[in-house]
Design a protein around this ligand. Structure first.
Ligand code: KG4
Ligand code: ZN
Length: 361
């Protein structure tokens, strides 16, 4: 029997999103971006985000249903992000979901935003005809503007955080370096564009935490190196265009090398059938390439050691860039699994914000 569609809502940060998802099939995924609003502040202002969510949420839900060509009575449930995220922003999504559920006598599903980034790779186009088969255990790498985590997935719903950032998230680090270079906010995509024109070896960024054996990450040293280096150069003369490109290429390479270095340590100590990449920074083609290269090099090194049981590790990324950034389709994918497990909330009043909800809690 085909999966019944679920309406999903995400207002965890600065984008208002609503989607309709049936199982893992995305029927619609509407995102009302607030980027232009927050650009002037160089970051997300929670009260501004809340006001924009309030204005955008109903039209966004209506657009998601219209695009999916469905009415409320066609739905099985309403899913909503309850955390982690900005409390005032989460509140708007939760209230709207609860109201929609009550008006249409539907159950609710509470979704963790990080679980959704991790499972975003399972989202499929509506025309897909196969259910994804997964070779567990999986290693999910979540890299966004707010989070950077390595998560072991033994099964859908069974998570263990292997390592996470001790300070800034990877996207946050790129955004801060971009700000030093006056590249606007957020800067990740611009840095990727400029990096293609530059030399990743031009600036000698350090490789963080190589002396520490755990799988945690730290990006603050890269940020400090960037600030000091730029002060040193611009104290003499402004950066040339080529120097800006070189700086972007070197900074991006340093951020991603730190991730792949720790990825290698994890692979050496734990076994995985698949590696998944999700979050806003997962849109970056250089990061994808570096992870692919790391996986191939790891398999080769294991075969050399006679460990032939290490097979091709499947690498999955979301099928569309819109599934990398904050979006509600990924919330709907998680909700589809929770619906099948009967993890439903009948009373919207019991649904609460969990701004610091960890994926393994
Ligand atoms: O997942 P996301 O939309 O929001 C959070 O949950 O944080 O991620 C936003 C982050 C920003 O830091 C942005 O600079 C970064 O993702 N980003 C990129 C690229 N596109 C967005 N970073 C590197 N390369 C990109 N192409
Ligand atoms: Zn996110």
């Amino acid at each position: 029997m085909p999966d019944k569609p679920i309406l999903a809502i995400d207002t965890s940060c600065d984008d208002t999103s609503a989607a309709v998802v049936a199982g893992t099939k995305v029927l619609s995924n509407v995102i009302a971006s607030q980027t232009q609003l927050h650009k002037q502040y160089g970051g997300v202002f929670p009260t501004v985000a809340k006001q924009a969510h309030l204005e955008n949420i109903n039209p966004t839900i209506a657009a998601a249903l219209k695009k999916a060509r469905l009415n409320p009575e066609d739905l099985a449930a309403v899913a909503v992000t309850v955390g982690p995220g900005l409390a005032p922003a989460l509140e708007i999504g939760i209230n709207s979901a609860a109201q929609f559920a009550e008006e249409n006598s539907l159950p609710l599903i509470a979704v963790n935003h990080i679980e959704a980034h991790a499972l975003s790779v399972l989202a499929e186009r509506k025309t897909a005809d196969s259910e994804p088969t997964i070779n567990f255990p999986v290693l999910a790498i979540i890299v966004s503007g707010g989070h950077t985590e390595f998560v072991q997935i033994k099964d859908i719903g069974d998570y263990k955080i292997l390592g996470s950032t001790l300070d800034d998230a990877a996207g946050e680090c790129l955004d801060k370096i971009g700000r030093m270079l006056n590249l606007g906010y957020p800067a990740g995509a611009t840095i990727e564009k400029f990096a293609k024109l530059g030399d990743p070896k031009a600036f000698d960024f350090p490789l963080p935490l190589t002396q520490i054996k755990d799988y945690n990450l730290s990006f603050s040293g890269l940020k400090t190196y960037a600030r000091n280096k730029l002060e040193e150069i611009t104290g003499q003369k402004p950066l040339t265009k080529q120097e800006t490109y070189d700086f972007c290429a070197s900074a991006q390479n340093a951020v991603f090398r730190h991730i792949t270095y720790k990825l290698n340590k994890i692979l050496e100590n734990e076994q995985f059938g698949e590696v998944w990449l999700g979050g806003g920074v997962a849109a970056n083609s250089q990061l994808r390439k570096m992870i692919r290269t790391e996986l191939k090099a790891f398999e080769k090194s294991q075969h050399k050691k006679g460990r032939n049981e290490v097979k091709n590790i499947r690498f999955r990324i979301p099928y569309d860039h819109r599934l990398c950034m904050d979006n509600a389709a990924m919330i709907g994918v998680v909700a589809g699994f929770k619906y099948k497990r009967g993890q439903l909330v009948q009373n919207g009043e019991t649904l609460d914000r969990q701004p610091r909800w960890k994926i393994d809690n």
